[in-house]
Design a protein around this ligand. Structure first.
Ligand SMILES: Cc1cc2nc3c(=O)[nH]c(=O)nc-3n(C[C@H](O)[C@H](O)[C@H](O)COP(=O)(O)OP(=O)(O)OC[C@H]3O[C@@H](n4cnc5c(N)ncnc54)[C@H](O)[C@@H]3O)c2cc1C
Length: 372
């Protein structure tokens, strides 16, 4: 296919939170950006839809003025409850997080990208990326070839462009499944129900254009494939969750994804800046994936700016990104993996830990904060 005549400064692959953040941040600084997305928005996506407070300001800065109302309307989540082994551990989330349906979030970011000057094209799949020389990337897509001076790969956790990269972690058979349900009085906490082989998060959520008058909750589980394959099965795994779900009615078709693979962070690959889940997948229970995606996408754009302005090489820019990535996000990965190990200890070992947490909300809050 003929090569598109325009050479972009930056091509961004994938328009989830990471790609949208990279594209918008770069466009806000006057960079010519092409954003390529395989799917189209809006669509439901497997996600707990919890956005930690640390990235709400960044999200607001990324949204065009016409789209900011969607963030203002997002429900605030000031506390968490963890249900495990018949105990309930509570902690406040200060400042409060937000519950933002991916159905609305991703489309708000997409529209903002378009409004802020990004050449955003949906239903275009990137098949392959080649490097012509040190500074030209050739991107082969379902809509022809495009060229750019730099590339951000934000195609998610498990795309045709990330699945085969070296250093992917071992395949553990985990799957993610989620759905929206009606609940008359959902409360304002994010509730995490842990059981042998997985957990399910439940939190209140709103959709912007909905006629549903009752409350709406999002239920999202991460579960081992040999333990459950559907939300209905997941609900039977925890007595308190099961009881709660008896009053629910489905408001959306459940969506699922697999495999869920935890991998070592890999922020740069062959001169390409990797952002969001494409760089690393953080355990969803810490509720930081969207935040990391927004922040790493923004950092990628920030590190590339001096290169676009001619004050550094692409190699310098990618090195700066690699360093910034480790400094900013490295601690989140190690803490979340330590907390996951604690919660999945054998029951006799985790019982004393839960006893301590139950009586020390400040300690629980400290642990929640450490994952930020
Ligand atoms: C069970 C579960 C629960 C979670 N709960 C939460 C939570 O409560 N809070 C939180 O912060 N995070 C949560 N996460 C994580 C969060 O969903 C991700 O971290 C976040 O979506 C990452 O954003 P991203 O932009 O990197 O990738 P994505 O959102 O996956 O976006 C990638 C985009 O790239 C596109 N794409 C893929 N391949 C191509 C291609 N070849 N060409 C063009 N486009 C392509 C895809 O269509 C997609 O739109 C959860 C994840 C799971 C699995």
């Amino acid at each position: 296919m003929p090569v598109n005549s325009q050479i972009y400064d930056l091509i961004v692959i994938g328009a989830g939170p990471a790609g949208a953040s990279a594209a918008i941040s770069a466009a806000q600084s006057g960079v010519r950006v092409l954003l390529l997305e395989r799917g189209r928005f809006p669509r439901h996506k497997v996600c707990g839809e919890f956005i930690s407070a640390e990235s709400l300001e960044l999200l607001s800065n990324l949204l065009a003025p016409e789209d900011k109302y969607s963030l203002d309307k997002a429900i605030r989540i000031p506390c968490t409850r963890i249900f495990l082994d018949g105990r309930t551990v509570e902690a406040s989330i200060d400042p409060p997080a937000a519950s933002f349906a991916r159905f609305d979030l991703d489309v708000a970011l997409w529209q903002s990208a378009e409004r802020l000057g990004v050449d955003a094209r949906s239903q275009v799949t990137v098949n392959k990326v080649d490097r012509r020389n040190d500074t030209t990337f050739v991107v082969n897509t379902s809509a022809g070839e495009f060229e750019s001076r730099a590339l951000v790969n934000s195609s998610g956790r498990w795309s045709n462009l990330t699945a085969k990269l070296p250093e992917n972690g071992a395949r553990v058979k985990w799957l993610g499944v989620k759905g929206h349900f009606s609940e008359s009085t959902p409360g304002n906490s994010v509730d995490l129900y842990f059981f042998e082989g997985g957990y399910c998060g439940v939190q209140p959520v709103d959709l912007l254009n909905t006629t549903v008058r009752n409350g709406r909750v999002n239920a999202c589980a991460m579960v081992r494939a040999d333990v459950a394959n559907s939300l209905t099965e997941v609900f039977t795994k925890h007595p308190a969750l099961y009881e709660r779900t008896q009053r629910w009615k489905g408001l959306s078709d459940p969506v699922s994804t697999s495999p869920l693979i935890f991998k070592k962070p890999q922020p740069v690959h062959d001169g390409v800046l990797m952002a969001g889940d494409a760089a690393a997948f953080v355990d969803p229970f810490v509720g930081d994936g969207i935040s990391l995606a927004l922040r790493s996408g923004g950092l990628a754009a920030e590190c590339l700016l001096p290169y676009f302005r001619g004050s550094c090489s692409l190699e310098d820019a990618t090195q700066n990104y690699q360093q910034g990535y480790q400094q900013n996000f490295g601690p989140i990965f190690s803490t979340s993996s330590r907390i996951r190990q604690m919660l999945t200890l054998p029951k006799r070992l985790r019982a004393p830990l839960l006893f301590i947490l139950e009586r020390n909300p400040a300690l629980t809050q400290y642990l929640v904060k450490k994952t930020r």
